[in-house]
Design a protein around this ligand. Structure first.
Ligand code: KG4
Ligand code: ZN
Length: 332
């Protein structure tokens, strides 16, 4: 059975074709980054207009690469939230029209659940229960995944998401948007102990995060130390502070819930230092840690197709009356 996945919640226009549960036949991701770079962030109106232009071609390409015709598609999965209203509307409307025209079912997928299915696609050996750390440009959350479909949100960020903190700090350091991968690279040349940045909410006794103060601390530090040659040290020290909090809180959640598996998903899960630190810390506590391959960490439609097929097998179907839900949360 072939599932077509569609993703357009933010600044990636993506389509993928999945055969059965996990066999990925194509995974096309068109990134709008160049369009938004001059503004230092995603401009919602520009994003939705570009989705409208690119989505038909991206879907066509995903079908061609998979060597599957539209008539062979049995199920359509599409992100319906959370995300930007105009952007969600493009993908969802397109998917509903396809489903109606083809007389095939479609399933609205929660983008956050989608990220979990990026891991599901590649790691059948690491099923739930596990603690998921979801770290992206829009979200930072710790989720206790009892089984797929049964989620307990343990905590999330009160202000900036981890990726957002990387991007804002990148702007302060004069790096292009989005800056996560750039900081990851720059930090490898710096001394992570050079500047003692705060570890926000490390001792809060809960699973909440807050990263806006860390960004302010860095801005104040740069004002007092404007020397350009310190940039790598500052980037490494910032990254270390943020990662310290993520690693410690994630492993604490695993211990508190008595689970021996941690899964990290979302764009920031591609961070090389985060991957290494979590693997090391997990090893010491005999907790297995796994991640999707970097290509599936950021937004893509393969994960949306996988989540849709899973939900389909659970008997779920969406109605053509389905509307976008920009503020959708991960429900248990
Ligand atoms: O999951 P994603 O593609 O989009 C959202 O759903 O938000 O995540 C994008 C975020 C951006 O903030 C980007 O800077 C960050 O992921 N990112 C990274 C790395 N690669 C991407 N952050 C840290 N290190 C990286 N290597
Ligand atoms: Zn995402």
């Amino acid at each position: 059975m072939y599932t077509l996945g569609i993703e357009s919640s933010c600044d990636e226009t993506a389509a993928a074709v999945l055969r059965g549960e996990r066999e990925l036949l194509s995974n096309v991701v068109y990134s709008q980054i160049k369009l938004h770079r001059p503004y230092g962030g995603v401009v919602p109106e520009v994003a939705s207009r570009d989705h409208l232009q690119k989505l038909p071609g991206v879907i066509e390409q995903s079908l061609q690469q998979a060597q599957v015709s539209l008539r062979q598609i049995e199920l359509i999965g599409v992100t319906y939230g959370p995300g930007l209203m105009g952007c969600l509307l493009v993908g969802l409307s397109y998917a509903k029209a396809l489903a109606y025209g083809l007389k095939k079912p479609f399933i609205g997928v929660n983008h956050l659940e989608g990220h979990l299915f990026a891991h599901y696609l590649e790691h059948p050996e690491a099923p739930p229960p596990f603690i998921a750390l979801l770290v992206s440009g829009g979200h930072t959350a710790l989720i206790y995944v009892k089984t797929y479909g049964d989620y307990e949100l343990l905590g999330q960020t009160r202000d900036d998401a981890a990726g957002e903190a990387f991007d804002k700090v990148g702007k302060l350091l004069g790096l292009p948007y989005p800056a996560g991968a750039e900081i990851d690279k720059l930090a490898r040349e710096g001394n992570a102990q050079a500047v003692a940045f705060p570890r926000p909410m490390l001792a809060s006794g809960n699973y909440q995060f807050s990263f806006s103060g860390l960004k302010t601390a860095l801005a104040l530090y740069l004002r007092a130390h404007p020397k350009q040659e310190l940039r790598a040290d500052v980037a490494a020290s910032f990254q270390e502070a943020l990662i310290d909090v993520l690693v410690k809180k994630t492993l604490r959640a695993a211990q508190d819930k008595g689970v021996r598996q941690v899964v990290v998903v979302g764009g920031v899960a591609a961070n090389s230092r985060l991957r290494r630190r979590l693997l090391q810390a997990g090893q010491q506590l005999e907790v297995a840690v796994s991640f999707p391959s970097p290509a599936l960490c950021g937004d893509n439609a393969a994960m949306i197709a996988a989540a849709a097929y899973f939900n389909y097998r659970q008997g779920r179907r969406s109605e053509l009356s389905q509307t976008p839900e920009p503020a959708l949360e991960l429900a248990g």
